[in-house]
Design a protein around this ligand. Structure first.
Ligand SMILES: C[S@@+](CC[C@H](N)C(=O)[O-])C[C@H]1O[C@@H](n2cnc3c(N)ncnc32)[C@H](O)[C@@H]1O
Length: 403
């Protein structure tokens, strides 16, 4: 056997050898080495002659070395369920490339859970506490929605139940599906607020959301959802700002002078694949931004503590940059613009005359779009009502390709 032989990745379920499709069983039989977890290797019958190598814990750092060592020996990597759904198949392909890997899927835990519950797979939002913090599922909560959570351990269902309860979704129905596909398969159902105790470690949690607070994914959440010391881009300006930043799936934002983190948070909420780095020099505000991000379901917002432009050095290239604070710091505007790739957007908001002057100067030299945003809200004046204007905001929007 030589290196050009593909490495196979075979999904196997809790139903073991008897649950495998014939092609999957054949791929395992044909292997010289089978790499897998102890539990999965234990599911293989004696007729499998391959050398069995149990992977170490933690696996990911060891994986490239294991692949190098065994790839030339007819290697088969065992995965649980669908190898390409939160699975090891993704990592094997990252390491070796699609051409060198052949994947044999098995039904995923989501397919099995939906089969048991009678849910349409395409209508369910899926999460994994292995891949992301469980706070991420808070972004998916909405009355009547159905969520599935792959749990990393048997304590996760109780933690998630408490999280739902503390965010106003205590009436939601939870079903813990354990050992899906195995003879020992079982399920437990209760309301989130009544949930108690831990489950076994192989568990998928199904959530049917009750009525509860609805936080739209559209930008412009009420100011009251943010914990802040007043340094907050207010709702209407925030909605315009995120729209000007124009997030697309998979894109990265720098939110410079992040304050309570609202711009980074609402950018990240537009799509689960949107990423954001929030740069804030005040440590208390930075901590608050991190807490706001978690409680609004985007715990992946990366909060960088430090003053821009120095704190921007070494950060990944952004697709968009928002400057909400620090505009007058020397070199900040130029540095942020220079950091963008082609097609990148720079949006800067100015409230003070000094920072507005900077934006006007930039616009005169380099162009871009200028907008003045003036918002007024009703307020009591004596026994009457009047419009109370907020401080006007000057917004500059520049697209890199315009230069
Ligand atoms: C108006 S607030 C931004 C509000 C924010 N967009 C929000 O909605 O919460 C400006 C923030 O910029 C921060 N800031 C000012 N200059 C900075 C700099 N050079 N680097 C990093 N943060 C800065 C301030 O500490 C303040 O929290």
């Amino acid at each position: 056997m030589h290196d050009s032989q593909p490495v196979t990745v075979v999904g196997i379920g809790a139903d073991g050898w008897s649950g495998l499709a014939p092609a999957s069983a054949e791929a395992i039989r044909a292997a010289g080495v089978v790499l897998g977890g102890e539990r999965q290797l234990g599911l293989l019958p004696a007729e499998v002659r391959a050398r069995r190598v149990a992977w170490p814990s933690p696996l990911l750092p060891a994986l490239p070395g294991l692949l190098r060592e065994h790839a030339g020996s007819g290697l088969c990597v065992l995965a649980s369920g669908d190898p390409m759904w939160y699975g090891i198949g993704v990592r094997v392909i990252e390491a070796l490339g699609t051409e060198r890997v052949r994947v044999y899927p098995h039904p995923s835990a989501a397919s099995l859970a939906c089969a048991r519950l009678g849910w349409a797979v395409q209508d369910v939002d899926c999460y994994s506490t292995l891949a992301r913090s469980e706070f991420a599922l808070l972004a998916g909560l909405a009355p009547g929605r159905r969520l599935l959570v792959l749990c990393a351990d048997g304590r996760a269902p109780a933690r998630i139940a408490a999280l739902l309860d503390s965010h106003g979704y205590g009436e939601s129905t939870l079903t813990a599906l354990e050992n899906l596909g195995a003879p020992t398969e079982s399920s437990t159902r209760a309301r989130a607020r009544d949930w108690s105790g831990n489950t076994g470690s192989l568990v998928t949690l199904a959530i049917e959301c009750s009525a509860g607070p609805a936080h739209s994914r559209a930008p412009g959440l009420p100011d009251s959802v943010y914990d802040s010391d007043g340094q907050l881009t207010k709702r209407h300006v925030r909605a315009i700002t995120v729209s000007s930043l124009a997030p697309l799936p998979g894109e990265l934002l720098w939110d410079v002078g992040a304050g309570a983190g609202s711009i980074a948070i609402e950018w990240a909420r537009t799509h689960p694949s949107c990423r954001a780095i929030a740069i804030e020099r005040d440590p208390e505000r930075a901590d608050r931004a991190e807490r706001n991000a978690a409680s609004l379901g985007v715990p992946g917002v990366d909060v960088v503590r430090g003053a821009a432009p120095e704190a921007l050095a070494g950060l990944s290239t952004p697709d968009a940059v928002f400057i909400g604070g620090g505009l007058t710091a020397p070199g900040l505007l130029e540095g942020c613009f220079a950091a963008l790739g082609a097609g990148g957007r720079l949006v800067a908001n100015a409230v003070t005359m000094e920072s507005e002057q900077l934006l006007l100067g930039w616009h005169a030299k380099h162009g871009g779009d200028l907008t003045k945003i003036e918002i007024a809200r009703p307020a009591a004046v004596g026994g009457f009502s009047a419009w109370r204007p907020a401080l006007p905001v000057t917004q500059l929007v520049v697209r890199k390709e315009e230069q």
